[in-house]
Design a protein around this ligand. Structure first.
Ligand code: FAD
Length: 452
């Protein structure tokens, strides 16, 4: 397949006339923006449809542990040149009293969801933010593809129309739906998250399932924590394992992208078990306006009752430094931990591709969701450009997605539902995180891939 082709038949591999495909991206969070930025750089025209009513998201996530996939993506495509991570040099484990009883040397780099998001918006549609002021916006290149970013657009359906796909979406203005619009695409990228509408249309029998535990999350500015907390959190990825509890904290990029020591944030992820159907889970998943939510309570939306429950649980189950972060975070949020994976990443004769959480919603224990999304975006343009084959694109992404899902399920299940000695958790984590992007996937991860 050549760099500049047109889709003249049902397959991208068949295109021949001198035109690049028109691409529609569904979902404007990290996976969608990674795809958008990579495609733009390679000269592809894209339209991104995002359902959120605001033109910019407001801090939806917190910390991200990076791997070479994400770092490699930023090296290849990010044009502002701003630093994206802060370092961590130790992985201490503390006991319930807050004393360090084990420590591993590490070389990790931690990013933040917000910083990655704002950098990607600057690179994709030239949108400025406190992270990238107007004066720092990157240059546009004559070879860039055209980009269109449309918010308030909820995709409801896709239908194959010959060699193209028609994408239907509802557009909202001033909080009211204005009706349904549609757009014709050569290629549709489903980057609409773990509850993906695109995946539901293509694979109606695949469901996203709750695992029986959730993550309380939040951030606290470095300058606001006690000396005791600084001692275990500063440039460290600190863990606690208790009965049905796992808690990790690490520093991330601070306000407006500040990476300087003293101006960073401490990010925490605290996994705690809440069985489906219980009153406690119901309380946590009801937001401050009384609305029941299924998977996420976004920052600033937890009810007072849920915050009280969370703080009480922190005081009675966590080491003091970790409970301190729970008390001090101003906008805690909740994410139910779920499992979902699609059997394939290509559909409709290669005119629809799933990436990011729409393809595989990983449990966070392997810190791979964003990293895999970045790798998928890079592999996708390489395939479209003809640098790698279709087979390689499919094999690379699907085998990795399957392996990471199995690993994340095992790590999550053992920490939340099995009572193992803490040394076992440490050994399992070291083994899982030591493996890099070049790890060879086991044979079972390739089964049936030739049929995709
Ligand atoms: C607790 C936790 C910790 C994590 N830590 C890490 C980590 O350390 N490292 C790492 O690599 N990853 C981590 N992840 C994973 C990471 O957050 C995601 O995998 C990554 O951000 C990719 O998300 P996404 O863009 O695919 O999906 P999402 O962020 O869910 O975005 C989907 C987008 O699609 C939009 N959308 C949905 N439906 C429609 C529709 N019908 N029409 C239009 N738009 C639609 C949504 O509004 C949203 O903007 C973590 C996740 C969790 C929960």
């Amino acid at each position: 397949m050549g760099v500049s082709g047109i889709m003249t038949s049902n397959s991208i591999d068949d295109h021949s006339i001198n035109r690049k495909p028109e691409i529609v991206i569904v979902g404007g969070s990290l996976a969608g923006l990674f795809a958008g930025v990579a495609l733009k750089t390679h000269g592809y025209n894209t339209t991104l449809l995002e359902r959120t009513p605001l033109s910019m998201f407001h801090n939806q996530g917190a910390g991200l542990r990076t791997t070479r996939d994400l770092i490699g993506f930023f090296r290849r495509y990010e044009r502002t040149g701003k630093p994206i991570t802060v370092p961590c040099s130790k992985r201490p484990y503390i006991n319930r009293k807050g004393d360090v009883f084990h420590q591993d040397p590490i070389r990790e780099n931690m990013a933040s969801w917000a910083h990655c998001y704002y950098l990607m918006r600057a690179n994709y549609d030239h949108t400025s933010s406190p992270h990238v002021p107007r004066s720092d916006l990157p240059e546009e290149r004559p070879t860039d593809g055209k980009v269109t970013y449309r918010h308030s657009c909820t995709v409801t359906h896709i239908i194959e129309e010959g060699s193209k796909v028609r994408v239907y979406y509802k557009r909202k203005r001033n909080d009211r739906f204005e009706g349904t619009e549609s757009i014709l695409a050569d290629l549709v990228i489903g980057a609409d998250g773990a509850s993906s509408k695109i995946r539901q249309i293509l694979e109606p029998s695949i469901v996203r399932t709750y695992t029986g535990y959730l993550a309380f999350r939040g951030t606290v500015p470095e300058a606001e924590v006690s000396e005791a907390a600084l001692a275990v959190f500063r440039e460290q990825m600190c863990f606690y394992h208790g009965p049905s509890i796992q808690y990790v904290s690490y520093p991330i990029v601070g306000e407006n992208g500040n990476t300087e020591p003293g101006h960073r944030l401490f990010n925490f992820v605290w996994y705690a078990n809440f069985a489906e159907g219980t009153a406690e889970l119901d309380k946590i998943m009801t937001d401050k306006h009384g609305r029941k939510r299924h998977v996420t309570i976004p920052p600033g939306m937890m009810s007072q009752d849920a915050r009280t429950l969370m703080k009480h649980k922190a005081d009675t189950t966590l080491p003091p430094q970790m409970a301190e972060l729970v008390h001090k975070t101003k906008a805690p949020f909740v994410q139910c931990i779920t499992d979902v994976i699609s059997p394939k990443n290509l559909y409709m004769n290669d005119k629809v591709v799933l990436i990011g959480d729409a393809l595989v919603g990983l449990r966070p224990h392997v810190s791979q969701g964003t990293n895999l999304a970045a790798r998928s975006a890079t592999a996708l343009v390489d395939w479209l450009d003809g640098t790698i084959s279709r087979k390689k694109f499919v094999t690379q992404i699907m085998s990795r997605a399957r392996l990471m899902q199995a690993r994340s399920m095992r790590l999550g299940h053992s920490s939340q539902f099995e009572k193992l000695p803490v040394e076992q958790y440490i050994a399992d984590r070291n083994a899982a995180l030591a493996k890099g992007m070049d790890e060879v996937c086991p044979a079972w991860a390739f089964e049936g891939i030739d049929d995709i």
